[in-house]
Write a protein that binds this ligand. Sequence first.
Ligand code: C2O
Ligand code: CU
Length: 473
Amino acid sequence: MRRRHFLAITAGASVGAVASRGPAWATGAPVTLTASPTTAPLVGGEYPETDVWAYNLSVPGPVIRAKQGDELQVSFENGLSEPSTIHWHGLRVPVEQDGVPYFSQGPVAPGESHLYTLPLEDAGTFWYHPHVNSSEQVGRGLSGVLIVEEPPAVAARLGADREIVWAIDDWRLGEAAQIEPFGNRHDASHGGRFGNFVTVNGRQELNEPVRAGERIRLRLVNLANAQFFSLRFQPLDPWLVALDGHPIEPVKLGDGGVWLGPGQRADLVVDIDLEPGAYVEVLDTAYGEERARAIMGWKVSEAEPLRHGAQPAPAALPANPLPLPDWTTAEKHHLVFEGGAMGGMTQAMMDGRMLDMRALVEAGRFWAINGSVPDDIKATPPLLDLKLGKSHIVTLENRTRWVHPIHLHGHSFWVSDPRLPDGSPKVVRDTVLMAPEEITEIAFVADNPGRWMMHCHVLEHQGSGMMGTVEVG
Ligand code: C2O
Ligand code: CU
């Protein structure tokens, strides 16, 4: 079976097994990401290679590593036959570097290039993807992981011997391992485009080698258009140490899994407390025990254990330099999410006109936020006007029958997370899961001026109405 290696790019010095396998860029030199059609041996075995769209001929794209406090330059070259951009999901960068057409930059035409200059204030696990025709461009393979490293002495608090990155994705493949067409209305009005083939780092690999007694920092990223994952590592009991790149007080996963909605990330610290020769099946149970399946497996080598006995808990990483909102004086806002199959939406405003559900469906729009559906996003007024420098609490009300991962650009926010053990304090995220009928509150200081996207990260929902903007100024 042929296999394409998971490439890694290093910008500046880097640590970790993944980084050491790829070409190295000198510190400060721009990284180049070229998007183009190519093929990838996704399924392997007897199957033909899959036609994909990829950054630097690799799905997922190369892992970009850079250092907190540095400025990362990325030159994007568009080798596709349609316009594109790159958005740096979770990075708090100036709006003109955010990769959103019209609010940040013009779309990058085929054959053109664009230079991004990204200040890296926050350390953590981030990712990058296009922000044009997202369902199809991301769904055909355009996405990759971006790691901003803490200084080595800070990262050492976790006590990890090495690092592993799992970029988890799914694909909707036909019999000949080719990607099925996009633009399905059933996907858009239901749970989004689910794949039938899950890959980790672009392949199905159920025998990743690990060593008894070692401690691994595992960075998880969900690149899928619509699919959720909830990973369990029994009999191991990893520590959860960061969500969407932002550190939390380390907490054991226990019996639960680590949840990853589309766009979300989690960092774990895993102690391989097993005998040489053991095997760990990593199960995804997001859709119930009956549908549990292995997405990865760890094969513990026959080598002598690296160490014996239980290890101390990892220390928390320091918080990123995010201003703390003032909950008592914060301005309050409310966003209502409606629509979708089995929802009660009857009408919504599109482009200044009230349309009934039939007209919306004809226009391929199934969702609305505060009764508004963007047609031409640059002509649609912002959902919220937020005063620069002030604290804001935004209540997100899900009046649909579907789960939505809601993502805000340019800011990270505090939110309580019902999936963490009871009593856990609020955590910082950039993408929050909103269960059906759930009401969620996010709080943040609007410290980054500009017009920012806020949308569902189920990309077929984003493309069919569940998207708007927030003005900070
Ligand atoms: Cu990861 Cu607006 O997206
Ligand atoms: Cu959604």
